[in-house]
Design a protein. Structure first.
Length: 361
């Protein structure tokens, strides 16, 4: 059954688009693009510098500093992906699509995760049908955490709000060494059917994983005074740290008590039009704050991102007030919390899902 959005019976997006176009003058857009590229260079420079520090005696011969340096290196890589690679996927980092493809490919694979597999899920699944069970790869069923009311409840889920943080701390390691390989073997992921991957691509994925391990573990071991135990412990601690940061700053943009989880009717229609759907399933935190925008790369302004994915995230602080204003005017949903309240709401959501076997919460 083909999933479809209901036709819009509102002038919401038409008027919003006009207002946003009036706000985004050539000068405003040009400034946003300059800031975006400056952020790209900023986070790339930090990433390269921190990697270089691994080879200094000052860091490599001090275990505490080694852990600290690895953790900051991992965080800078995540922020580089947030603030540059994600825009590159949506062709907003550079004007040239080829440059965007190269930037996304290099940045993501430098973090150990496969760029091609993630892009396919992000563009072809999540962005079309966020929070729609069976159509959004980001909420695929998993045996440990119940993320939507339509997933079967298990006894262990009663405690998921308690053990979720422990699982979240292994997220990036799981993604790098398990999740990518699982997706290679799947012929069907959410709404994407008949998926196939060539032997060449499988070899490419394996080689990229080996490259990641070589540059992040093997080379520092060979050319510094750090021991294998120190490097491996620093590597694991780094991933625990960045996993918690990564998950809790992304998952709150869709999986909270405030966001909606629309279900299709018997003939395949979702309950609302496309634009109302995007608003109802997204949650913003500090969306107009420039510091938050600098750190989170626009993930904190998710309504703007899902409505205008073709715009650089550095413009979200400018257009979000208009989105909020138009949402109120047309009685459309708009969800916003502080980051702490959003995290709290996520765990309340997990707790409530763990207590019920209903299709709705």
């Amino acid at each position: 059954m083909k999933i479809k959005f209901k036709p819009s019976n509102s002038d919401f997006f038409k008027e919003l688009n006009i207002e946003v176009s009036n706000i985004l003058t050539e000068n405003v857009i040009a400034k946003g693009k300059r800031i975006l590229r400056a952020k790209f260079l900023f986070y790339l420079s930090i990433f390269i510098t921190l990697y270089g520090f691994l080879y200094t005696d000052f860091v490599s011969r001090n275990f505490t500093l080694l852990i600290f340096n690895y953790s900051l290196l991992g965080l800078s890589g995540i922020l580089l992906a947030f603030n540059a690679s994600h825009d590159a996927v949506h062709n907003t980092l550079f004007s040239n699509k080829k440059l965007n493809r190269i930037a996304h490919y290099l940045i993501f694979n430098l973090q150990g995760v496969n760029a091609t597999l993630w892009k396919k899920r992000h563009i072809s699944s999540h962005h079309i049908f966020p929070n729609v069970d069976g159509c959004d790869a980001d909420i695929d069923n998993n045996p440990f955490i119940r993320l939507t009311g339509s997933h079967k409840a298990k006894g262990i889920h009663k405690f998921q709000h308690l053990y979720a943080s422990i699982l979240y701390s292994f997220y990036t390691l799981h993604w790098i060494f398990i999740k990518d390989f699982i997706y290679i073997t799947k012929k069907e992921v959410a709404n994407m059917k008949d998926l196939t991957y060539s032997k060449k691509f499988v070899v490419e994925v394996i080689l990229l994983k080996l490259f990641y391990l070589i540059y992040i573990v093997v080379l520092p071991l060979c050319f510094t005074g750090s021991t294998l135990t120190e490097i491996l412990l620093s590597f694991i601690i780094m991933h625990g740290f960045i996993s918690i940061f990564f998950v809790l700053t992304l998952i709150i943009s869709h999986l909270t008590m405030e966001t909606n989880f629309p279900k299709v009717d018997k003939i395949g229609f979702l309950p609302t039009c496309y634009h109302e759907h995007q608003l109802s399933v997204s949650l913003d935190y500090h969306p107009t704050n420039k510091v938050a925008n600098w750190i989170f790369g626009g993930f904190n302004a998710h309504a703007a991102h899902h409505l205008f994915p073709n715009l650089p995230h550095t413009l979200y602080t400018v257009i979000t007030p208009t989105i909020k204003e138009m949402a109120i005017k047309f009685s459309m949903p708009y969800n916003e919390l502080s980051i702490m309240n959003a995290v709290r709401s996520h765990f309340e959501y997990l707790k409530k899902l763990g207590k019920t076997n209903s299709l709705h919460i």
